[in-house]
Design a protein around this ligand. Sequence first.
Ligand code: CAO
Length: 432
Amino acid sequence: MKQEINIPEVSEGVTSGTVVALSVEPGDQVVPDQTLLEWETDKAVVAIPSPFAGEIKEICVDLGAEVAIGDVVMVLETSENSQTQTEEDTAASVMPVTEAAEEVTEEPVAEVVSEPLSVPKQQVVENLPGQGHIAAAAPSVRRLARELGIDIHQVPGTGIGGRISAEDINTYVSRRMRQAGSQVATADIQRPLPDFSRFGQSHRQPLSKVRQLTAEVMTYAWSTIPMVTQQDEAIIGPVEEFRKTFNKKAEPNTRLTMTAFLTKVCAVALKTFPEFNSTLDLANHELIRHDFINIGVAVDTPAGLLVPVIREVDRKGIETIATELNTLAEKTRERKIGPSELEGGTFTISNLGGIGGTSFTPIVYAPQVAILGVSKAGIKPVWDGAEFVPQLVLPLCLTYDHRVIDGAAGARFLRWICQALENPLNLVMKDE
Ligand code: CAO
């Protein structure tokens, strides 16, 4: 039986992407879950698996093609048996996007608003605030608006009946930034480029989706968040000794890294200083305090910077965190990380110490309010009150959103982290 393979819904907000690898050819036999192609979205590269066993009959897309959720990418000849066995397990992954969207029940009132086509769009949207109407937008679009701190009722929708799309939100944000006379360039605004051919030869190369998204995220954060970077140092000789002894008996995947240790320390620090585990909602004049602690770890990959998230870190021991981090970092470098694994972070750690450097100023990853940068540990003379003693010192840099966090709180938070590294007993002094 012939079966069309569609691009499944992979994550909120992801609608299209580029085919960056074709892993099979016509005539190949495939098994369920075998990767058929790699699809680069603006969040990550996603491996699209085969929902069934069978033979590849046709490949409907070329390398580099732009395809959207629901598009047919391949045709597979399945045997009846293989389809019955795997249908249930894989239904979600091949579900057409329209069916999947209907299952989303969050904020249902927003979904049923449908203004008559004859009503001018602008009028529909701009009449909304204060009149008991609800903006017509999918939950993912409403969430995007919340995360960007904008009032969705102010966004003109360009869809049928004034329905608001993610693109409308982005257009609105760009327009507001221009209107505000911002001197800062957004990702799509730049001064005219000089004619480089006057100086020599240059070559243009397209930006990958990851690079485009990084540009957008960084520009948004840099131009909207007033940030301060606080620096401090921790003596980590004893922790490093413990780590090295532990690793003598560890399997490669359970190897305890400095980043895993820092992730646990930060989780306890975030519990102790909850304003660092929050999001500023300017539109509603509120601070959203998160009861969950999910820490993102910046991973350097050939495709660019990606930030997979370790969830509920406060409930996990360092060994579990280390194993999860090793797995996530490897998956990320191999471009096998799913978009859902890049979402939901409430704080970020960026460890550049394996490469080098004495300090840097990381950029807050909105809608989070703080990020910890880690530079390279090295031996330094430290005054112990009587003499200089050689100590292994780890430089740490904390960047925070100064609208939410005062300088004194920033200094206290970072000092707490340093003291926890120097005396890890601090981690277990309070109830979990
Ligand atoms: N100081 C000194 N040495 C360090 C260190 C530090 N801060 N951090 C790591 N190292 C050492 C480790 O001890 C390890 O040496 P050993 O093998 O002898 O133990 C070596 O560097 C490699 O560490 P690692 O990379 O395997 O493990 P990690 O957990 O420390 O780092 C990860 C994991 C994912 C954070 C890292 O691989 C990475 O990608 N870092 C780059 C992050 C990045 O790009 N940030 C920039 C974001 S902002 O532009």
